[in-house]
Design a protein around this ligand. Structure first.
Ligand SMILES: *[C@@H]1O[C@H](CO)[C@@H](O)[C@H](O)[C@H]1NC(C)=O
Ligand SMILES: *[C@@H]1O[C@H](CO)[C@@H](O)[C@H](O)[C@H]1NC(C)=O
Ligand SMILES: *[C@@H]1O[C@H](CO)[C@@H](O)[C@H](O)[C@H]1NC(C)=O
Ligand SMILES: *[C@@H]1O[C@H](CO)[C@@H](O)[C@H](O)[C@H]1NC(C)=O
Length: 223
């Protein structure tokens, strides 16, 4: 009888532990917002950035009237392959339209974009990930920080002025400081910009399926 009681007690304690663990795991998973709406009224056209090959500094006013998506890209990430396929799918789907894709290489997340030069990054894409001769159909801008004290002004604008964060949690392996709630959470977040230069939506890094962006791009092109 005593033993039965003891086993019973252990069982209850185990159940409590499992429930507690579940709660902790649940909390640490946080909340993901796959897409969030941007609300700011200021356009992106005053910002400038240099191309990765150093050939020119572009004023974003040059993209007036176009729909475009801005990615922070990284060559060594688990999402690199799928997201480059997403990029090329969207580029070819909207090839006849006033549409373009922009990539800023960024080493802030897990140091997964160690290379800095145009040749290293383009060759990594071509031969390693995705590899097989893959040519990414996007315009590469300079390698930048997207968060922290050294973040590029265009990201300060995108995050703080216009588009809320996509995840309540931060991952580990952040190579910048300080952390702010508005931060880009990992490689491959996306910002979609409308024809009037106003950010329309921001997408969580896990939105690798083209379907997350396709209808939104088509909608903005029809405006
Ligand atoms: C985002 O905007 C769309 C319309 O463009 C609206 O249907 C949706 O409810 C908005 N989402 C949030 C979270 O405000
Ligand atoms: C972008 O460059 C132009 C000159 O080319 C300059 O007038 C403008 O202030 C720059 N914008 C920002 C946000 O630095
Ligand atoms: C890369 O992504 C494409 C498209 O999502 C997929 O078909 C392919 O199997 C992936 N390759 C690897 C090595 O994961
Ligand atoms: C790359 O994208 C541009 C612009 O969207 C388009 O004109 C071109 O046809 C695309 N190239 C390929 C190979 O998909």
């Amino acid at each position: 009888m005593c033993c039965y009681t003891r086993r019973h007690w252990i069982t209850l304690r185990m159940i409590r532990s499992i429930l507690l663990l579940g709660t902790l795991v649940g909390l640490s998973m946080g909340e993901i917002y796959y897409t969030v709406n941007c609300t700011g009224s200021e356009d992106i056209y005053q910002y400038n950035a240099t191309l990765l090959d150093g050939s020119a500094t572009i004023n974003f006013g040059d993209y007036r009237g176009k729909v475009f998506v801005i990615y922070n890209v990284a060559s060594f990430c688990g999402m690199t392959n799928a997201t480059y396929h997403q990029i090329n799918y969207l580029a070819s789907k909207f090839a006849e339209d006033d549409f373009l894709i922009i990539g800023f290489p960024c080493d802030n997340f897990g140091q997964l974009e160690p290379a800095s030069s145009y040749d290293e990054i383009v060759n990594g894409v071509k031969y390693v990930r995705p590899g097989g001769g893959f040519v990414a159909n996007l315009t590469y801008f300079e390698k930048i920080d997207v968060n922290g004290d050294n973040e590029h002004p265009i990201y300060t604008y995108l995050k703080q002025a216009n588009c809320p964060y996509t995840d309540t949690e931060f991952r580990t392996g952040l190579f910048y400081s300080p952390e702010r709630v508005s931060d880009v959470r990992w490689n491959w977040e996306k910002f979609l910009i409308a024809k009037d230069g106003k950010p329309y939506k921001r997408y969580h890094y896990s939105t690798m399926d083209p379907a997350y962006l396709e209808d939104d791009i088509a909608y903005l092109l029809s405006q």
